[in-house]
Structures are given as C-alpha cells and as structure tokens.
Design a protein around this ligand. Structure first.
Ligand SMILES: Nc1nc2c(ncn2[C@@H]2O[C@H](COP(=O)(O)OP(=O)(O)OP(=O)(O)O)[C@@H](O)[C@H]2O)c(=O)[nH]1
Length: 749
C-alpha cells in the first residue's frame, strides 16, 4: 500500500529569496481589500505570494497555464470545490465553508450572507507544476451575464453537478454558452456523499440532456453515506479517502494498486509498460476532450474532501493551455500586447480595477496602453495577480495570463487593450492582408476589437430615490460605478417624472444592487415597487401624416411628414425601429436631416402609445418629408416622432409581456399544491419529469405572476422545493389581461 500526501500547507521560508530576485524595486506585496476584514480573519497558510518564488509567479510556461472556468447550476458546489482546490494547492490553512460564510472566492458581503456567488472571482494557484487561473462563476440565472463574460476568456471549464440531481436547468444554459464559445470541459459529479446521489443517473442525464459522450475516468466506491472514494480507471487504482485523519481534511488518502508483481525486475518492467500506456491514454483523453468528441467525467464530494485533488490533476492533464486556442488576432499582434477586459470592479480606495486576459505580448505597471473601443490612451499604475479579494503586485505578466490592472479610468467590460495606436494600426494592416481585401477603417477596427458579450434586455425595473435631493449626485456616481462593473444593470431617467429607474435581470439582481448602494456607497435609497418590463408592438399596418409649424424667435420651422408602419414578421425580437426610406428621399435629404429623422423615430420607439413601454418588431417607412429652409434639426425629430405615435395608435397596438421558463424541483408530497398554485398564476405546465425521488415541473409562466415566488414556494412546499426562472419570450396579452394591466397602471380599479 502506498501513501500519498498532497497539498499540505507549505512551509514559509521564501521572503528573503524574493528580495534577492528583485533586489532594488520589486518586493512581493499583498494588496489587501478592505472587505476582507468585514467578515473576520482569513486563514492563509501564509501570504499567498510568500509560498512561491516570484519568478514562478510571473513567468509560468504558457503550456502550463490553465485558464479554467468553474460553472454549474446554483448550489452544485462550485465555491466549495474551489475552496478545496485552494486548500490542497496550499493557499489556505483551513477549509472555508459556504455555510459558515468564510470562503475565499465569495468575498462580497452579500455573497457570504446569502451563500451564493454573484460576481466571478478570479483565483490563481499552482498545482503540480501548472498555473491554474480559476474563475468561479455564479449559478443564479439573474447573473448569467457574469458567466458569459467569463466564458469568453477561458480556455477550458469544469462543469460541477449535484450528483443527486444530474443535469439541472442552469447547467443546460451554461453548457450551451460554453458550446458557443467552444470551451472544452470536464464534468465533476459532486455531492456523491449526499443521500440520493447516483453516478449512473447523473451520467445518463449528461448523455441525454447535454447530448455529449461521457468519458468515464472514474467509478465511485459507494454512494451517499457509504461513499469513500473512487476507482481511477486510467491507473486502475482505488483511491480511498479516510478513515478520518485527525483534522478530517482529506489531505491524506490511500491508493491500492490492483496488481502486484513478484520480484523487482518484473515490477520495474510492469511499471514502465504501464507508464507508457498511461501516457498514450492520457494523450488520447486530452485529444478527445479538446476536439469536443467526448467529455471526461469524474466524481467526488467537495464538502467531504473527496476527489478534488484528482479533479485538479485532470484539469492540468486534459484541459487546454492558452496557446492551444485558435485566435486570429494573435497572429495579427505577434509579440505586441493584445488583451481583453472581461470584468471591472470598483474599489473605494484604488478606483476601478480591470480584470484582463492577455492574449499576446506582455504587460508592465506604470505603462500606457491603448483602448481600441474607447479610442484613447490610458495609464496603468499597478499590475496585480488576483487571489479572490487579495492581489499580489507584480512587475510584468505574459500572454496567457489573467491580470488585474489599476489606474485605467475609461476601460469598461468588453474593451480591447493594446500597447499603442500604432500597434493597432499595424495589426489592422495584417488583418486586412489576411482577409485579402482592403477594409474600410471601421471594418478594420471591428476586426481588432474582440467580440463583445451580448447583454440581455432587463425584465424588471423600479424607481430608486435618494434620501434627500442633496444625495442625488452621490447616487448618480454610485450607479455609474455599478454599471461599469455590471453591464446587465441599466439606469434610465423617466422622461415624465425625472425619476431614476433601475432596470435589472431579476428580483435578486435589483435587491443586491440596492444592498450594495447601502453598504458600499453608504446611501440609504428607497426603491419603488418592482415592475415588469412590458413591451408594445403593432398588429396591422397603418400610416399617418403630420405638420409642425412653429416660429421660434424670427425663425420659422415648418415640416410635413408622412410615414407608415407595419409589423416586422422576420426573426425577432427587434427592439429598435427598422427604418426604410424611399430611394428618392435618400437622395433628396441631407445626412443631417436623415440623422434627425432617425433620432426622432428612435426616441418615439422608447415609449409606446398604450402604456409608454418600449416598442419591438415595427418597420417604419418614411413616405415623404418636406422641410422649410432654416428649420432646426430638433424640430424635424419632434415632428417625425409625433407622426410615428399617430401611426402606431392606428396600427392596433398591443402590450407584450415577458413569459418565463420555470423549472421547479419538488418532492412528491408537495407536487399537487405547487401545481395548483401554478394554475392560479396563469402558468402552463409543459412536462413533469422524475428525478430520483423528486419531481421536476417544467412550465411557462408570465413574469408578472412570479413576484415574491421564492417566499411562496418555501411556504407551500415546507422548504422542500427549489426553482429557476429564465426569460423565454415576449408574448401578446389578451385584451382582458391588457385591460386589467391598464387599470392597474393608471390606478383605475
Ligand atoms: N453533501 C454535500 N454538500 C455539498 C457538497 N459541496 C457543496 N455542498 C453544499 O451545497 C451548498 C452549495 O455549495 P456552494 O459551494 O456554495 O455551491 P455553488 O455552486 O458555489 O453555489 P452558487 O455560487 O450559489 O451557485 C452548500 O450548502 C454546501 O455546503 C458536497 O460535496 N456534498
């Protein structure tokens, strides 16, 4: 029997060595974030930077880097798994626990209190000669944009499953997102210790629901309470954790070779042959994983400290390094810097902190960089490596890594950063040469900008008010910072009341923003009632004409406009007006006038004629436009805007409401009461599936009926049910429902 000991906290002896490597200016420094102190002491084995030599921290071989996302359905155990990895890699002295609120990656106060992950935290650690940059992503559907944003900069991902549930609703969503970004994956069937955990059921659901070929690298030994370890099918070894070591942390475990040879020569021969075989096998598994032909499946229990080390091994062995991805722009930039800002966090002391993935070249602090999207030079003051809410200051960082930049004032999530405008110009010439044709300047610019994240339209909104008028400016500033961090948060001003409106992805999203304004910006705001973001559209074609004749001072403004509208029948939804001009008009009218027309139509589109909700799926054709010389452009915009409203009123306007896909997991005993409640919410049940001892209800239900559903469901099912909600589509309301909504909104009972 061999005894393996991994990940014991490392002995700290290196601080003097660090000074030796960079004697004059660079010392490894930990930059602490204030929030860390809110929840008490963090138990690191040492300062994370102290355990490694600075050279290995800043210069890992690119083939040894793994930029890995960890993704799953809510509560599958991503944070717990990440915590275990940090522990076994030697970065923490004790095991953080989500339920105790002392994890490293969930560092926002709300995350610890609620036990959920909201912001993706990037964590860097080394494991068996590999640098692992791990991004923990949120599982709650309100924060899907966070997941999407992270996926763009990843080379591979670990999908964590609750082994008692298999593939769940959000797993499917993130899996599809990972498919779009062609991210190779490994599956980790977590919670094998849980009653009801089933390896077979989970593997089956991976096959059926994710439509992929599972490549079983392990088999569990036992399940539920009897789960003790795994059989490593690659090495044919049993890997057993326990019986409990003195501290029960799972750092010590045993491997039992299945075959023993008699005699040292035979033993050596057998061992060599086995190694050769395993090498080939590993290479094959890796190839299959990278080509998306199959997905390796491992299992374990993060909470009970079983299986995580083997998962870390699998990440190093089977997931790709940064230089294995195909990115055109890498050849255009050569050794010049090209990086993508994938996240911005606002720090009270240091201002915006920008997370970037470096694709080519390298970065240095105290240097200027060029932001292609904003067309501006920016100065970076400090360069940091992320360790959740702690960061290590470093003198340079190479391609393939994830870094934190301090000092950038303009850069927002999704921007592309290069070394200079000249370097962007050279790259754009290479890009043009590559595509074999001369591109115009805009096209070249588009080529150089790395693809942006599509932000879904918010479905909820509410007014937000500061405690006094004097605090409005502070609130505006706080909202600007929060929006820079979170592009899925939208802020608008109501044109009629002048009130500030918050638009978000869900109840939880808005609740968290409200809470953050209070905690981080110390402003006690008042939120108005949460309202559903309805939309309006038209059902028939119509046309209208309008004349605006207004003399301002000595100037006469005279416009006559004629336009028609018709429903858009193509693929939707289209939330901007689709504008058509006749060829004659296009030739007659100046660009300035055409722009004024577009502005007027765009403004009018934001407020439909029925209940002032934005419009979708409408084609507008400008039939004629006569403008008296000297007429101002805003008057032209005002005239076409009014004319459009007239046409819309004649075109059978309709209110559309967001309809959600709802998935409820509930035990048999509470199924009927949950279904009865759903019927009262205008819900339509599509399917009821069995998942182990539970039932999974798949339904569609209008968002308006789902306010406060989590509290209701908790009461109805005595805490035995969970649900996820995701926007499915916008659907026309019946005239009866529309009337009720109209009465509600206008205060008529
Ligand atoms: N029985 C069991 N429970 C686990 C295991 N791993 C995590 N949990 C528990 O599952 C719950 C959710 O764990 P997290 O690690 O926060 O899950 P998550 O996927 O990060 O959750 P979100 O960030 O909210 O999406 C917590 O109560 C954990 O203690 C496991 O292996 N076995």
């Amino acid at each position: 029997m061999m005894l393996f000991v991994t990940g014991l906290p490392r002995v700290v002896t290196h601080s003097s060595k660090l000074r030796y490597v960079y004697p004059s200016c660079w010392q490894l420094r930990i930059a602490c974030n204030n929030r860390r102190n809110v929840q008490g002491e963090r138990r690191y084995s040492s300062h994370p930077g102290d355990v490694k030599s600075l050279r290995t921290i800043i210069n890992p071989d690119i083939s040894k880097i793994r930029n890995i996302g960890i993704m799953a359905h809510i509560d599958a155990g991503k944070t717990t798994t990440t915590e275990r990895m940090l522990y076994y890699a030697g970065y923490t002295r004790a095991l953080g626990d989500v339920d105790d609120g002392d994890t490293v990656t969930d560092f926002m106060a709300q995350e610890r209190e609620r036990g959920i992950t909201i912001q993706s935290a990037a964590v860097t650690f080394d494991w068996k000669n590999h640098r692992i940059n791990l991004i923990d992503t949120p599982g709650h559907v309100d924060f899907t944009v966070e997941v999407e944003r992270s996926l763009r900069v990843l080379d591979g991902a670990v999908a964590v499953f609750d082994a008692s549930a298999g593939v769940e609703a959000q797993t499917l969503t993130v899996w599809r997102q990972a498919d779009e970004h062609r991210v190779p994956r490994i599956c980790f069937l977590n919670k094998m210790d849980k009653p009801g955990a089933s390896f077979c059921y989970s593997v089956d659901s991976i096959k059926k629901k994710l439509k992929v070929k599972p490549l079983l690298l392990q088999l569990p030994i036992g399940a539920g309470r009897t789960f003790t370890g795994v059989i490593d099918l690659v090495t044919s070894e049993k890997v057993i954790w326990g019986p409990k070591t003195s501290d029960g942390d799972g750092a010590v475990f045993n491997r039992h070779p299945l075959v023993t040879a008699d005699g040292p020569n035979l033993l050596k021969e057998a061992r060599d042959a086995r190694y050769a075989l395993i090498e080939q096998l590993n290479a094959a598994i890796r190839r299959i994983t990278l080509s998306h032909a199959a997905v390796p499946v491992l299992c374990g229990s993060a909470l009970k400290n079983k299986g995580v080390q083997l998962l870390m091994d699998a990440i190093s062995m089977y997931l790709p390094s940064p230089n294995e991805g195909q990115h055109d722009f890498k050849q255009w930039y050569g050794d010049d810097l090209c990086a993508l800002a994938f996240k911005v966090l606002h720090d009270k002391q240091r201002g915006p902190i920008v997370f970037v993935r470096i694709y080519s070249g390298s970065m240095k602090p105290q240097s200027a960089v060029y932001n292609i999207n904003k067309n501006c030079m920016e100065r970076m003051s400090r360069l940091l490596l992320p360790f959740a809410d702690q960061q290590i200051e470093i003198p340079s960082l190479q391609a393939g890594n994830i870094a934190l930049l301090v000092g950038l004032k303009q850069t927002a999530t999704g921007d592309t950063i290069v070394s200079s405008k000249a370097s962007a110009a050279v790259a754009s010439q290479r890009a043009a040469k590559d595509s074999g044709k001369k591109c115009d300047q805009n096209r070249e610019q588009e080529n150089l900008v790395l693809a942006g994240v599509e932000i879904p339209e918010p479905v909820f909104f509410c007014t937000i008010e500061p405690p006094s008028l004097a605090k409005q400016a502070d609130l505006d500033r706080a909202l600007i910072c929060l929006q820079r961090e979170d592009p899925s948060l939208k802020v608008k001003i109501d044109p009629d009341s002048g009130q500030t409106i918050l638009c978000g992805m869900g109840e939880l999203h808005i609740d968290i923003i409200h809470d953050r304004i209070k905690r981080e910006y110390k402003i006690e705001t008042h939120l108005g009632p949460l309202q559903v973001a309805y939309r309006e559209t038209i059902s028939i074609s119509a046309s209208s004409a309008d004349t605006l004749d207004r003399t301002v001072g000595s100037k006469r403004n005279l416009i006559t406009a004629e336009l028609s509208v018709r429903p858009w029948l193509g693929e939707g939804p289209v939330t901007k007006p689709l504008i058509e001009f006749s060829d004659v008009l296009q030739e007659q009218l100046s660009t300035e006038i055409l722009d004024a027309v577009e502005n007027g139509l765009n403004t009018s589109f934001l407020q439909g004629p029925l209940l002032n909700f934005p419009l979708q799926d409408v084609v507008v054709t400008l039939e004629s436009l006569h403008v008296h010389p000297g007429t101002s452009m805003p008057m032209i915009s005002a005239c076409v805007s009014r004319c459009l409203q007239k046409a819309l009123r004649r075109a059978g306007s309709q209110v559309l409401e967001p309809v959600m896909n709802l998935e409820i997991t509930v035990d048999e005993d509470h199924l009927s009461v949950v279904l009865a409640d759903l019927a009262q919410r205008r819900g339509s049940v599509q399917e009821i599936q069995s998942r182990q001892d539970n039932r999974v209800v798949l339904a569609c239900v209008p968002l308006a009926e789902m306010m406060g559903y989590s509290t209701t469901l908790r009461t109805l099912a005595s805490g035995m049910a969970t649900f996820t909600l995701e926007l499915s589509r916008y659907e026309a309301m019946t005239s009866q429902e529309q009337k009720m909504l109209f009465n509600k909104m206008t205060g008529v009972m």
